[in-house]
Design a protein around this ligand. Structure first.
Ligand code: HEM
Ligand code: HEM
Length: 283
């Protein structure tokens, strides 16, 4: 891998910043607020920031960069898909529980629902995240989608995944700001009490975490190598025109194997185009 040392340094920083963010959210709710409970009180609201920061920010961030860990490149793509999908599913579950907590808290206290920009953008992110997860399962994990559909959808999957992740970070910043303005009264937010400083630092760390994940996920030379397509291309090159070749891959799912039937010059050209488009490991 190119720049292995730099990759490791960035990964370690990302994990550290993400971990410290989760700890700071716990320090915030336990030291400065009413801790955690499930009884319609402030303690129930507090699950909202803790679970979104743990699940929707930290675990989602790890799920996004998991394909890029070089020591996983010898593992089968299918295993990595399960890990990527599994982490995203955990993030989704935690995000949903955090939504239930804030809605129940609002209902218990007769506070109107869905009035703020934070809640609009936040709910939109959750809805798109669920769609992304369902489509991810349907297209890239289940053995039904043909390879050309996977190839067409992969850039959209990556673009929407990164956009949702960035939107989640922005939503968290809005939520944090709102909460500080609502709850810091005496002394007020503007007087910079220690709670405000701590939580401002949390917001700063979330931005740093998001930037590190986006940087790592957008470096082309850190992408999981396209071993499977390279094999297919090698196979094609050695095959006379018009003969049908079944993929001999041992590492991937039956879906992958059955989809990868490439026998014409056009198919070979298309495959090279996929390579040129940087979508080589979409199978
Ligand atoms: C409310 C989503 C992060 C603070 C809400 C609501 C949604 C939501 C949908 C509306 C609940 C209702 O109307 O009953 C999200 C999402 C987040 C996130 C998707 C992902 C990052 C945070 C964070 C905080 C926070 C980190 C910090 C404490 C609040 C507050 C409310 C709220 C104070 C009540 C006021 C309002 O409706 O805007 N959130 N939130 N949120 N959230 Fe978040
Ligand atoms: C790649 C996001 C769910 C399969 C990616 C990437 C992102 C992403 C940002 C680019 C990673 C990179 O370039 O290294 C998400 C999000 C999901 C989700 C936010 C959930 C909401 C799924 C599911 C599957 C899946 C359920 C099914 C297995 C893939 C595959 C890749 C990928 C095959 C290509 C990895 C590669 O070859 O480099 N995803 N994804 N994703 N995702 Fe997802």
């Amino acid at each position: 891998m190119e720049d292995y040392g730099r990759f490791l340094a960035l990964l370690a920083s990302t994990l550290l910043v993400g971990f410290v963010s989760v700890i700071l959210s716990l320090v915030w709710v336990f030291h400065y607020r009413e801790g955690l409970s499930w009884d319609g009180s402030q303690g129930e609201f507090n699950w909202h920031p803790v679970l979104v920061i743990t699940g929707f920010v930290f675990i989602q961030g790890i799920a996004i960069i998991v394909y890029r860990l070089p020591w996983t490149w010898k593992c089968s793509k299918l295993l990595m898909k399960f890990i990527h999908a599994g982490l995203n599913t955990i993030a989704m579950i935690l995000a949903i529980v955090s939504m239930v907590a804030v809605f129940e808290f609002h209902n218990a206290k007769n506070i109107p629902n869905m009035y703020s920009l934070h809640s609009w953008i936040g709910l939109t992110a959750v809805i798109f995240y669920s769609l992304q997860l369902l489509l991810g399962f349907a297209v890239f994990l289940l053995p039904f989608a043909p390879v050309h559909l996977r190839v067409v959808l992969m850039p959209i999957h990556i673009y929407s995944g990164l956009t949702i992740f960035a939107t989640v970070i922005a939503t968290a910043l809005m939520g944090i700001t709102e909460k500080l303005i609502f709850s810091l009264k005496n002394p007020a937010y503007s007087a910079s009490p220690p709670e405000a400083t701590l939580v401002n630092c949390l917001g700063l760390l979330l931005v740093i975490f998001g930037s590190l994940v986006l940087w790592m996920a957008s470096r082309p030379h850190w992408k999981r190598p396209p071993a499977e397509n390279a094999k297919i291309l090698r196979l094609n090159a050695a095959t006379p025109e018009g003969t049908q070749v079944e993929s001999t891959m041992t590492n991937s799912s039956n879906a992958d194997k059955s989809d990868l039937r490439i026998n014409t010059e056009a198919a070979r050209k298309q495959n090279i185009n996929f390579d040129e488009a940087g979508q080589r490991s979409t199978m």
